[in-house]
Write a protein that binds this ligand. Structure first.
Ligand SMILES: C[S@@+](CC[C@H](N)C(=O)[O-])C[C@H]1O[C@@H](n2cnc3c(N)ncnc32)[C@H](O)[C@@H]1O
Length: 319
């Protein structure tokens, strides 16, 4: 079995199978022919769609009638999904006519769901979409804790800017009416973060500055912040010997509590092992556990089935 890119001589075969000329599809399309022992038995194609770069539309997917009901449709769809990166990060969609029950069953098997908001003009076809499953990590967990609490218009602080991914995430959540202040002790991190914000059109919302988070109290007023995020550890892709330590992490956490508004919250991810060892893991959880339960609700999340290597995630919610 071989799935190979189209060549001009495949045009007639595909026209017959699909009932349309493949040249009528967008130029950027990736078209493939499925062969078994050198004989064409099907065809499929996709194209980047919508405005997002990680979203692909399957334009067609067809198996020769002689070869149907033998699992080749599943094979072809799986290969197309692999090629567009749908098992790593890409989302996929396909328009299917309302009465094509066999196709509905096929795409359903691969995690597609009908998206009733999108249909063609006469509603005879509906778009089915498949969102790439996001891995369940401490980062996605921390983000979901933040997303559930942070409102548009808020003021958020990223106390460990790094490469700016958390800063950009916060900017999206607080939106145009909000503000995000990010800080890092490494110029490389500050530059990378401001560059990312610029690239993503978020620089009017967020800004990174060169600062030690232990000085947070001197940079913001008490009770002025809705959310503070700490992603402790080292700067990804840089010198691993520079990392957060309790000497600055603890005063920074203290300063963050003072800076939070009455209903504010703090999310902290604590990495451990490797070069930075276990200093923060041995110290910070004790600090979190010592917080006054009348003033703060504190939750610790850790993966109990992953050999204890994942970062610990803490949420402090002011009462
Ligand atoms: C794991 S990274 C942060 C990742 C980042 N949030 C992101 O989304 O890419 C930790 C960062 O903390 C920074 N850091 C270390 N000590 C610090 C301190 N005292 N104050 C502020 N940042 C510090 C490091 O330079 C590093 O960039």
């Amino acid at each position: 079995m071989q799935l190979r890119p189209f060549c001009p001589t495949d045009r007639n075969y595909c026209c017959q199978l699909l009932g349309v000329d493949v040249l009528s599809f967008p130029k950027a399309s990736c078209c493939f022919l499925l062969e078994k022992d050198g004989t064409p038995i099907g065809t499929g194609a996709f194209t980047p769609s919508h405005s997002e770069t990680d979203f692909f539309q399957i334009l067609f997917l067809a198996i020769d009638p002689l070869w149907r009901k033998k699992g080749y449709g599943s094979y072809l769809l799986r290969q197309l999904l692999h090629k567009m990166g749908a098992y790593q990060k890409a989302n996929a969609s396909i328009f299917l006519s309302q009465d094509n029950i066999a196709a509905h069953a096929l795409v359903k098997k691969f995690g597609f769901q009908p998206s009733p908001n999108y249909c063609n003009d006469d509603a005879s076809a509906v778009e089915w979409v498949r969102f790439c499953p996001k891995p369940f990590t401490s980062l996605s967990l921390a983000h979901s804790l933040i997303a559930a609490r942070l409102c548009p218009g808020s003021f958020a602080v990223d106390a460990t800017a790094g490469r700016g991914r958390d800063t950009a995430y916060l900017c999206r959540l607080v939106g145009e009416t909000g503000k995000v202040l990010a800080m890092d002790i490494q110029p490389e991190a500050v530059e990378a973060t401001n560059q990312l914000l610029e690239q993503q059109g978020l620089s009017s919302i967020g800004k990174a500055v060169l600062a030690d988070h232990a000085q947070l109290g001197q940079m913001v007023s008490p009770s002025s912040i809705d959310c503070v995020v700490f992603n402790f550890g080292w700067l990804p892709g840089a010198d691993h010997s520079i990392f957060t330590t309790p000497k600055t992490s603890l005063p920074a956490l203290e300063a963050a509590l003072t800076a939070l508004k009455p209903n504010g919250f703090l999310v902290a991810s604590i990495y451990h092992g490797g070069i930075n060892g276990t200093q923060e893991k041995d110290t910070l959880p004790l600090w979190f556990a010592s917080l006054d339960s009348k003033k703060y609700g504190v939750v610790q999340c850790n993966f109990v089935n992953r050999q204890g290597k994942d970062p610990l995630v803490f949420l402090v919610q002011c009462q």
